[in-house]
Design a protein around this ligand. Structure first.
Ligand code: PLP
Length: 380
C-alpha cells in the first residue's frame, strides 16, 4: 500500500494514537474458516454469552418487529424504558439505553472525561474502561488489585481505588462481578466506598453479570441510587437475558446524569428490533430463572473438574471461570482451538498464566473438560 504523508496515525487525536482495539472472543466462523471445521462441531465458551440461546418470547417479539423496520426506532426508547422503569422502580428519566452497556460506558466517558481529567479503575478490570478513557484523551489511574493470595485474588481493592481518586478524577469504574476474574464486592464495603467518594466523582457500578451473582451479601447497587446521586449502575441484555447479538444495555442514574448522557447519545442508538426483543426478554423472568439455575449448577460442576485437574480457579459470581494454567496458557489455548473449543486468553488483562472459560451447557462443558484433560494429562 502506498505510504501516506502525513500518516493518518499522526492526524489522529492523541488518545486514539496510543489505543489498542478491544480483542473479542474468537468468533466460531473464524475458527471454522481457519481450521476447516464444521460450524456445529465448535464449542464457543469465550464471550460470556448465555449458552441457552435467546428466549422464545424475545425471538417472537423480534420477529414481529421486523415488519416495522422501514421506520426509525423510537429514539427515546419509550416502551422499553417504561418496562425497565417498572422492573427497577425508578422513573423513566433515570434510564439511558445503549447499544450494549459498552455504549453507555462510552457515553459516560464522552460526557464526563476529557484531557486533564482522570478515570479510576482496577488492574484486571473490564477492558473497555481503559479504551473509553483513553479515546477521549483522559488519563487512567489504575489501582492495584488485591493480591493473588487474598480471598478475592486479583479482585478490586476498594482502598487502593479510593486512594487513586484525586482532584481531577471524574469517573470511577467498578465491575461487580468483574470480568475476567469473576470476583465480586460485598454490599457493605461497596456502600462505604460510595459514602467516601466526593460529590464531584461519578461512580459507575457495572453490573453486567448481576442476574447470575448469587454470592452472599452481593449487592444490588440500583437500590442505592436515591442515596447516592453520583452513582450510575449499568446493566445489559447481553448476558443472562441472552441477547448479546442485539446489543442492548442501559444505565440507571440521577436524571441530571441521564440528561447529559442523552446529549452525547446517537439519536437512534438502539435499533427497533432490539428494543422489542429486550422488552419481551425483560418480561420473561422464567427464562432468567432457568438460565441462572443452569449456570449455577454447571459453574459448580466446572469448578470441581478444573480443581480435579490440579488447577487454581478464581472465585466467580458470574457465568465464567478464570483458572491458572501457568506458562502453558497460550499452548493450552491453541490446543483447545485445534480441538474445536474456544476459550479466552487473558494475558491482555495482566493475567498471562490464566484462561477464562464461559459456563456452557453440560455437553459443551464436558467437551471443554475432555479437551483440557487431554492437553494437560494426555488422558481423556
Ligand atoms: C463487566 C462487563 N461490562 C460490560 C460489558 C459489555 O457488555 P455489552 O456491551 O454487551 O452490554 C461486558 C461484556 O463482556 C462486561 O464483561
Amino acid at each position: 500500500m502506498t505510504e501516506i504523508r502525513p500518516s493518518f496515525r499522526d492526524l489522529a487525536v492523541e488518545g486514539v494514537r496510543g489505543l489498542q482495539p478491544y480483542q473479542p472472543g474468537k468468533p466460531i466462523e473464524e475458527l471454522a474458516r481457519e481450521l476447516g471445521l464444521e460450524l456445529d462441531s465448535i464449542v464457543k465458551l469465550a464471550s460470556n454469552e448465555n449458552p441457552m440461546g435467546p428466549g422464545t418470547r424475545a425471538i417472537n417479539a423480534a420477529r414481529d418487529a421486523l415488519t416495522e423496520v422501514h421506520r426509525y426506532p423510537d429514539g427515546n426508547g419509550y416502551s422499553l424504558k417504561l418496562a425497565l422503569s417498572r422492573h427497577h422502580g425508578v422513573a423513566p428519566e433515570c434510564i439511558t439505553i445503549g447499544n450494549g452497556s459498552n455504549d453507555v460506558l462510552a457515553l459516560l466517558a464522552g460526557a464526563f472525561l476529557d484531557t486533564g481529567r482522570e478515570a479510576v479503575f482496577s488492574e484486571h478490570a473490564f477492558a473497555v474502561y481503559p479504551i473509553v478513557t483513553q479515546a477521549v484523551g483522559a488519563t487512567a489511574r489504575v489501582a492495584k488489585a488485591l493480591p493473588e493470595g487474598s480471598d478475592m485474588p486479583f479482585g478490586h481493592d476498594l482502598a487502593a481505588m479510593a486512594a487513586a481518586v484525586g482532584p481531577a478524577t471524574r469517573l470511577v469504574f467498578i465491575a461487580n462481578p468483574n470480568n475476567p476474574t469473576g470476583t465480586w464486592l460485598e454490599s457493605q464495603p461497596l456502600k462505604d466506598f460510595l459514602r467516601a467518594m466526593p460529590d464531584d466523582v461519578i461512580v459507575v457500578v457495572d453490573e453486567a453479570y448481576f442476574e447470575y451473582a448469587d454470592a452472599d451479601r452481593y449487592p444490588d447497587a440500583t437500590q442505592w441510587l436515591s442515596a447516592f446521586p453520583n452513582l450510575v449502575v449499568t446493566r445489559t441484555f447481553s448476558k443472562a437475558y441472552g441477547l448479546a447479538g442485539f446489543r442492548v444495555g442501559y444505565a440507571l442514574s440521577h436524571p441530571g446524569i441521564a440528561e447529559l448522557l442523552n446529549r452525547v447519545r446517537q439519536p437512534f442508538n438502539v435499533n427497533l428490533v432490539a428494543q422489542a426483543a429486550a422488552e419481551a426478554a425483560l418480561a420473561d423472568q422464567d427464562y432468567i430463572r432457568q438460565s441462572v439455575a443452569v449456570n449455577g449448577e454447571q459453574r459448580h460442576w466446572l469448578h470441581g473438574k478444573l480443581q480435579a485437574l490440579g488447577l487454581t480457579v478464581l472465585p466467580s459470581a458470574a457465568n465464567f471461570l478464570c483458572f491458572r494454567v501457568g506458562a502453558r496458557a497460550d499452548a493450552v489455548y491453541q490446543g483447545l482451538l485445534e480441538r474445536g473449543v474456544i476459550v479466552r486468553p487473558v494475558a491482555g488483562y495482566g493475567l498471562p498464566g490464566y484462561l477464562r472459560v464461559t459456563v456452557g451447557l453440560p455437553a459443551e462443558n464436558q467437551r471443554f473438560i475432555d479437551a483440557l484433560s487431554e492437553l494437560l494429562t494426555g488422558e481423556t
